[in-house]
Design a protein around this ligand. Structure first.
Ligand SMILES: [Mg+2]
Length: 207
């Protein structure tokens, strides 16, 4: 027995992969930062890229869009108000029965949770379009703390709220430094997935 009781999934890029949703999120962020800094969206894109590289060089961790936004003087609540108002994810998403069936099977053996840097309205719409909303006991979103992953205090709070210790949890995500590195350091198991086909192999690691 693995001793795993809870699976904690990232959402975007993990339970589905969509260039379209990613492009919409980036475009909305660039419009927000462009207005904030009085520059063009193209200049904002370059600035975000440079800022992410600078943070990564300083910290040794891949920087998220959220962290770059904060570094550039942005406000995460404002950024997510833009996301929730502007992004329409449904045209890019479709229900994948293989994923729905996987979550149904996993849900019989483990408690399933979501931990995402996305906001609650968008996460709900995305999970609705994927047909997976009913499988998760808890959905932890950016509104819970306004502290993006990776964040030690938020992780500890999640363990408290789900009532599990790190060795009883397996984290599942597409970005190693954002989703998995800190849980691994705390003693969780992790599963790195970059495609739905990879996600569908997760049960082989839980036997
Ligand atoms: Mg992701």
């Amino acid at each position: 027995m693995s001793g795993i009781r809870a699976l904690v999934f990232d959402l975007d890029g993990t339970l589905y992969v969509s260039d379209g949703v990613g492009r919409e999120i980036n475009a909305s962020a660039m419009r927000y930062l462009a207005t904030l800094r009085g520059i063009s969206p193209e200049e904002a894109k370059l600035l975000v890229r440079e800022t992410k590289e600078k943070i990564a060089a300083l910290t040794g961790w891949t920087a998220s869009l959220s962290h770059a936004c904060l570094e550039l003087g942005g406000d995460l609540q404002e950024l997510h108000r833009h996301f929730a108002a502007e992004i329409v994810p449904e045209p890019y998403l479709s229900r994948d029965e293989r994923v729905v069936e996987l979550l149904r099977r996993l849900g019989e053996r483990y408690e399933l949770h979501i931990y995402t840097n996305n906001n609650r309205p968008l996460a709900s719409r995305i999970m609705g379009a994927l047909g997976v909303a009913g499988y998760f006991r808890r959905v932890f979103t950016i509104e819970d703390s306004w502290r993006p992953k990776p964040d030690l205090e938020v992780l500890k709070e999640i363990f408290r709220e789900i009532g599990q210790e790190p060795p009883q949890c397996q984290f599942v995500g597409d970005r190693y430094d954002i989703d998995l590195r800190l849980p691994l350091e705390l003693g969780c198991r992790v599963f790195h997935t970059r495609t739905v086909d990879e996600l569908l192999t997760i049960e082989t690691t839980l036997a």
